[in-house]
Design a protein around this ligand. Sequence first.
Ligand code: EPZ
Length: 426
Amino acid sequence: MEGIRICGGRPLRGSVQVPGAKNAVLPVLAASILCRGPVTLENVPNLSDVAAAARILQALGGRVSQPAPGRLRVLPPEQPGRAVPRRLMQAMRSSLFFLAPVLSRTSQVQVSLPGGCDLGARPIDMHLHGLAAMGARFAQDGQALLASAPGGLRGADITLRYPSVGATETLLMAAVCARGETMIRGAAIEPEVTDLARFLQAAGACITGVGTRRLRVMGVQMLQGVRWRICPDRIAAATVLCAAAACGGRVALTGAVPDHCTAVVRALCRAGCCVTATETGIALESDGRLRGIGALLTDVYPAFPTDAAPLLAAALLRAEGESAITDTVFENRFACAAGFSALGAVAGILGRTVTIRGVRGLHGAQLAAPDLRGGAALAIGALAAEGESLLTGVEHIDRGYEDLAGLFAGLGADTARVRRREAGAG
Ligand code: EPZ
């Protein structure tokens, strides 16, 4: 079993380059199936979810190579396969993104229900209802889902009951080569959705309203190969900002897009940090003695992002005063609260809300990551604690961070990846 050893209590200082966004590259990789020529992607983060998406592309007949660090070259399949192996589907939530592009290309596809972080029920009804409006038919056999569109997908006027990121992306990918015009009303406007839309436009798709909640798509015959640079990861940026807020210090994030991080920056300023937009990104300075922020609710973009909620909670464990963060997006966002308590924090869960009363000090503990962002939050808590912690469950963390231990070590933290024999000890 692998883990991350963290000896906390040090301020963080230095500069980091913000990597490409996990939640942008994953739908773009799926969308490459719609392209009839090579797709070259730049600024691709080295994540296990990206490797999983590459395996799905290969299982569908595509070829994926890495000509240089951070660059992927995809040769989409001439005739995509019609089934994504279950073990690949269950590796992550993003395997669901392959449903629409393969259905668009082959008129039939078999997938199974996706995996991903256990944040709650995570149904896919909006994906399926939208596709059904476009002519898709579904049959379920246990975990297997067979989708077919014998006459091909046709444009439709679709209103989402909730601005689902994934459903918006699924329907965009279904619409770009469908017959006729599609309207997607009530669409998600997260930066990663915009990045996918811009990628599709660069490949020849006709989309208007990008960045708004009304997307209009006129279907085209096919998309071309394209070269595309993935947008920066605003949640990776939030992770570093919250870690520096928790530990104190001064960090600069090169490549971060300030506009994408407005709600996170506002919350950290409310907690007493000094955050500025720089020519190359964002800088944060903190003395590590934060104040509680009272009540904060997450919501869809541009509100405070659900993915950063556990990260901010971790930063507030030693803040003076009380904080209560409610996640309106997922039911089980704060599974990491048990780890906060193990570190000596006064943190509790009330439904979808994590309540925190700041304590003067935290101590090292044995920690287990419950999910991707919860794992990163426990790392932040351990960085702010005096003494040594061991964080296991790194398979969750590796899905969304290239090298979390190395990222913090590069900012002066005493963190290291540890292997089997060391991880078991202590
Ligand atoms: C995307 O998940 C992200 N994942 C998540 O990041 C992120 O937390 C989430 O958007 C919200 O911003 C990727 O992009 C790969 P949703 P997604 O559809 O698409 C419900 C991370 O850590 N819903 O916007 O699954 C759903 O249960 C991950 O990087 C339905 O009810 O999020 C949730 O309560 C975690 N029916 C809410 O909507 C549906 O058909 C928002 O989900 C779809 C969603």
